[in-house]
Design a protein around this ligand. Sequence first.
Ligand SMILES: [Zn+2]
Length: 90
Amino acid sequence: MTMFTAKDQDGRDIVVTRGNVAFLKAGNNQYTCGCCEEKLILKAGEINIPHFSHLASSKCRFASEGESERHLSGKKYFWSGLSCKIFKPM
Ligand SMILES: [Zn+2]
C-alpha cells in the first residue's frame, strides 16, 4: 500500500507530494508510520510518485501489499485514525 503521509519527529503529519519532496529530502527529518510507529523511508524516484515506504521487514498492514506501478498510479491512499485501528497488526 502506497503511503503519502507520515509523522515527523515532532509528531506532525507530513504529506509528501512532487512539490515538497525535494524539501523533505533535504531536511534531516525522521519519518515514522502513524500506525506502527516504525521508521519510514522517503522514496522519491524519477518515475514513481514520491511516497513513504516501510522497511522490508515491517509487519505493518500498510506495508503488507507490494508497491506496483498500478498502486502508484492509482488512487492516493491516506490513512486516518480510524483506518489505522482497522489496519493495526494483530
Ligand atoms: Zn506502519
